[in-house]
Design a binder for this molecule. Structure first.
Ligand SMILES: Nc1ncnc2c1ncn2[C@@H]1O[C@H](COP(=O)(O)OP(=O)(O)OP(=O)(O)O)[C@@H](O)[C@H]1O
Ligand SMILES: [Mg+2]
Length: 278
């Protein structure tokens, strides 16, 4: 294989466009180059730990390239976009995603973050208090949006874009994955194939595949409710400071999040009942 650090000509680069938050992401051969941010080297150390711990369903961190950009391995597969396509609405997708998240958490558990760790967040975010006292922390992905899940053979196979990774609890990280993939949204805001799905059942399918404990099952709806409230506060703040977030806010986030808050308030008890068998 050619030396990935070799200087590249502009015409070797293929632009990668995701959700539009991060500009300047390109593919060069088997690698991806991304702009360096304050958290880049912390995320690279985390990714290195995951691979060393046997979790290979994430980009391999390759340091910086000769232009000072972050370099990662390109993860082959297909990345869905919103609205989620109908073929991603099957339970087997949820089951595989839950197994992936479980393997990520188990690999992350033993990692001790560097003393000078720097983590990312959405621009201008005010509310980061997410974790009830006493719950063990591990570094989770925290952004399981469709554009960050790589599919192979129709199933989730890897995770990319660890820009929002930071210490969290298993339950908070699970709530994030379920927000996008159950999804924990008002039917009006779901992709067409997800509108009529039985969400409490789907949450329970995820919980079984992950192997959630009784305590985690009881904690899920309160965690998801807090998370959606945080999303609302933080997305409103980000919309005021960042053009990409401003666009997302105007294009629907401003209505979707209050609707999600009302929906989880109404449907949360049914989800908890299904999860805990009561
Ligand atoms: N390591 C990788 N392997 C394969 N594809 C990648 C990789 N990194 C990025 N991509 C592709 O590029 C797209 C954009 O990258 P990324 O998700 O990192 O940025 P983004 O979507 O702009 O950021 P955000 O998710 O914060 O909005 C991804 O959705 C994916 O299609
Ligand atoms: Mg992304």
């Amino acid at each position: 294989m050619a030396d990935p650090k070799r200087d590249v000509d502009q015409h070797d680069e293929e632009s990668l466009i995701g959700d539009g938050v991060t500009q300047g992401i390109v593919r060069v051969g088997d690698t991806v180059r991304r702009p360096v941010r304050p958290f880049t080297m912390t995320v690279q150390a985390y990714l290195a730990h995951l691979h060393a711990a046997g979790f290979s369903a994430a980009p391999v961190p390759l340091g910086l390239d000769s232009q000072g950009r972050e370099m990662l391995s390109f993860v082959p597969g297909d990345v869905p976009r919103e609205p989620l396509p109908p073929e991603t609405a099957g339970e087997e997708v949820l089951i595989e995603l839950a197994r992936l998240v479980r393997r990520l958490h188990d690999a992350a558990q033993a990692w001790v973050q560097p003393a000078d760790a720097v983590w990312g967040g959405i621009p201008g975010a005010q509310s980061t208090a997410s974790t009830p006292d006493g719950e063990p922390l591990l570094v989770g992905h925290r952004d399981y949006c469709p554009g960050n899940v790589v599919f192979r053979d129709g199933l989730p196979a890897a995770l990319i874009d660890f820009d929002l990774a930071k210490p969290t609890t298993r339950v908070d990280d699970i709530a994030n994955a379920l927000y996008y993939w159950a999804p924990l949204l008002h039917p009006k805001d779901r992709a067409p194939a997800f509108i009529d799905l039985d969400i409490p059942h789907r949450v329970a399918v995820f919980a079984d595949a992950y192997g959630m404990t009784a305590d985690q099952r009881h904690a899920l709806v309160p965690a998801a409710t807090r998370m959606i409230g945080r999303f609302h506060v933080n997305m409103r703040a980000a919309a005021q400071t960042d053009p990409a977030f401003n666009r997302m806010w105007d294009e629907g986030v401003k209505d979707r999040l209050p609707r999600a808050e009302a929906w989880i308030h109404d449907e949360g008890p049914a989800i908890t009942a299904r999860l805990t068998g009561r």
